[in-house]
Design a protein around this ligand. Structure first.
Ligand SMILES: C[S@@+](CC[C@H](N)C(=O)[O-])C[C@H]1O[C@@H](n2cnc3c(N)ncnc32)[C@H](O)[C@@H]1O
Length: 255
């Protein structure tokens, strides 16, 4: 994963946005609806595997004033910290336009809404820390201020948990570690592709656990999650670079 560079991922992500914009609209709308429903109430949110992105937490920042972002790759963490200090080469506004329109669909000036959302995210994120879902504890707690320490009320993890897991047992173990970071009754929002064994950034190839939707749900049950709200969608790529079974969005509760 050290091979994963924030600027290359940013460029690739904008290509995906052009190719499968509907996937980002579906996922960000799902996140928006779950947080707006207040199904998982509280103050503290953790994002696992943020990359160097901010769009997946933007809707939640309206409800959770204390947010920790995390990622395995150093370049992502450093670049994300720069974005939070308004010193980043990366511009995520095209992605932020999606939650911006969900919050305010009347305004003519979407750039102004997006800019307000960027400020809200910068106010809410209290730390960007190293995480490894394959290691007990997952987070480097030394990097987290006391007010933002576990347990969390909600975890968001998008296009991430399948990435480092080599088999079903590994996936269940990662989910169990993540479960321990939540308070009882807290929630997790996940979204990714299923039945997919790899993804690419430019000419670099990265692994992904090939797992069915049924087995994802079984793993969630085994890891102590329940009350699943699952949505699944057929592959929607007009020119698919990778083979996959489709997309899913899942919100589950720590039992
Ligand atoms: C496909 S990217 C997704 C990034 C972002 N969530 C998004 O929606 O674009 C997968 C992310 O998983 C992270 N990752 C890889 N191995 C990990 C691990 N063992 N623990 C936590 N995150 C990991 C990578 O660094 C990368 O940022």
């Amino acid at each position: 994963m050290d091979d994963l560079k924030a600027e290359e991922y940013h460029k690739q992500h904008h290509i995906w946005l052009q190719e499968v914009k509907i996937y980002f609209e579906i996922t960000l709308t799902f996140i928006y609806d779950v947080v707006k429903s207040q199904r998982f109430k509280g103050k503290k949110l953790l994002e696992i595997g943020s990359g160097a992105t901010v769009h997946n937490i933007v809707s939640a920042s309206a409800y959770f004033p204390i947010i920790v972002q995390s990622d395995f790759a150093r370049d992502n963490r450093e670049t994300l910290k720069r974005w939070l200090k308004e010193d980043s080469p990366l511009d995520w506004s095209e992605f932020l336009n999606i939650p911006a329109r969900l919050e305010d669909f009347r305004s003519i000036d979407v750039r102004q809404i997006t800019s307000n959302l960027e400020s809200r995210v910068r106010r809410s994120v209290k730390a960007v820390v190293h995480c490894d879902i394959l290691t007990d504890g997952v987070l480097n707690l030394e990097e987290i201020p006391a007010e933002a320490a576990p347990p969390y009320d909600l975890i968001i993890s998008i296009l991430c948990i399948e990435v480092p897991c080599i088999d079903f047992e590994c996936f269940v173990s990662a989910l169990k570690r993540i479960n321990k970071l939540l308070r009882k009754g807290g929630g997790i929002i996940m979204s990714s592709v299923y039945n997919c064994d790899k993804w690419t950034v430019g000419d670099k190839e990265f692994p992904n656990l090939k797992i069915s939707l049924k087995n994802i749900l079984t793993a969630m049950d085994m890891a102590g999650f329940g009350n699943h709200d699952l949505k699944s969608y057929s592959p929607i790529d007009s020119a698919p670079r990778i083979t996959h079974g489709g997309y899913y969005c899942l919100a589950s509760e720590k039992l």
